[in-house]
Design a protein around this ligand. Structure first.
Ligand code: FAD
Ligand code: NAD
Length: 327
């Protein structure tokens, strides 16, 4: 049986690897130039920039074992960034004992490792049709292939768009798509002038109860990333949703202003890079199925949005779906 998987993020990659280990033939499609999805770091001449996932943690035995394998393969390492917290406008140290991991030299490295022996085609799937017990995948007018089983490992809203044909006849899909699962996040990398530095010792700062931003990080605290003058700003889901259609430059100006506000200092940006993640962070009360398999239409869905957000939950969702497909 040949299985098509749309999406080469950590969920699609975990699903693909497990299916291949179970003896299935798998083809993965991704619209990105590289694999990794929201775990992708942006390559620049100064080093990688982490604009999406910042690090990941492991709370389950299965994912902890996977992390141990990745550590042994040297595709990830422990991140020992000094953590801070801004709460009610006050900045302070906030160390803890949690182990946090990063891909090296970029966040997508573990995804690349999972897909190392798997066929990945870089194409945006624009339509899928279920006919006579088979799935046909299209990129515009081009038929990408015909498959006995389809796995969607893409964010909820992108899955809903592709599945219009079958949603009406499948009540589980209708209820999955009735409530929005993922909220947006604007991310901005700010390169400060050489003469400027922020008056802080921290590499990652959780920002709580702020109307604008939720996280700040020094890229240079991670192996392979751009130097110490590069700071990453994540905006809150609410601010990002409200300002979704601003230009990249406008959002960068808000990011610089926020940095100056929280550190109460003036700094100059020599370059900025903004990225709008339309589907980023899971809505807190979205019901968690882990993954979904629909036997009669030979369809499976996996991804972080079905399992609580986070890298670990996306990986677990992909693995769960592969195991369900083997039954
Ligand atoms: P994705 O990574 O989104 O993968 C889906 C893939 O599908 C993408 O590669 C996309 O290109 C592809 N695709 C979509 N539609 C199509 C199509 N029609 N045709 C072909 N390909 C298609 N998690 C953490 O654990 N720690 C963090 O610090 C953290 N920080 C985050 C910060 C931000 C700004 C964001 C956005 C996310 C963060 N997350 C974090 C969440 C984490 O990145 C995700 O939970 C995880 O990467 C999701 O993996 P996934 O495989 O489910 O989806
Ligand atoms: P984690 O255990 O480090 O953090 C979970 C949450 O606990 C944090 O968001 C923070 O509120 C709190 N926290 C943890 N350590 C803290 C400390 N030392 N001081 C103060 N607060 C602390 O990581 P995780 O559970 O693996 O979560 C992944 C991270 O990814 C979270 O921070 C989450 O907010 C972030 N995320 C961001 C987006 C986005 O769109 N920006 C999307 C998904 C996940």
């Amino acid at each position: 049986m040949t299985i098509a998987i749309i999406g080469a993020g950590i969920a699609g990659a975990a699903c693909a690897q497990r299916l291949q280990q179970q003896g299935q033939h798998v083809v993965v499609f991704d619209k990105g130039r590289a694999v990794g999805g929201r775990m992708s770091s942006k390559r620049t001449s100064a080093g990688y920039l982490d604009l999406g996932a910042q690090y990941f943690t492991a709370r389950t035995p299965a994912f902890s074992s996977q992390c141990q394998r990745w550590l042994a393969q040297q595709v990830i390492e422990r991140w020992h960034g000094a953590l801070g917290l801004i709460e009610q406008g006050m900045l302070g140290a906030s160390p803890d004992a949690t182990e946090r991991y990063i891909g090296i030299p970029s966040m997508q490295k573990p995804v690349q490792q999972l897909l190392a022996d798997i066929s990945v085609q870089h194409a945006e799937v624009s339509a899928v049709h279920f006919e006579q017990g088979c799935w046909q995948l299209y990129a515009g007018a081009d038929l990408l292939g015909q498959f006995q089983q389809l796995v969607l490992a893409v964010p909820q809203q992108q899955a809903a768009r592709l599945l219009q044909q079958v949603i009406e006849s499948q009540w589980q899909l209708k209820s999955l798509f009735a409530q929005i699962a993922l909220l947006p996040c604007w991310a901005v990398n700010i390169e400060l002038a050489e003469s400027d530095s922020l008056p802080v010792q921290f590499d990652g700062i959780f920002v709580k109860q702020d109307a604008q931003i939720s996280w700040l990080a020094r890229q240079g605290s991670k192996t392979g990333r751009a130097g110490p003058q590069h700071w990453l700003v994540h905006f809150t889901p609410a601010w990002s949703a409200e300002h979704l259609e601003l230009s990249a430059d406008e959002v960068a100006q808000h990011a610089l202003a926020a940095l100056q506000r929280v550190f109460n200092t003036r700094v100059k940006a020599v370059a900025t890079l903004s990225h709008r993640w339309r589907y980023a962070q899971q809505v807190a009360d979205y019901p968690l199925l882990g993954a979904l398999r629909l036997h009669d239409v030979k369809l499976g869905l996996c991804g972080d949005w079905l399992n609580g957000g986070r890298v670990e939950n996306a990986w677990l969702s992909g693995k769960q779906l592969a195991e369900e497909l083997a039954l």
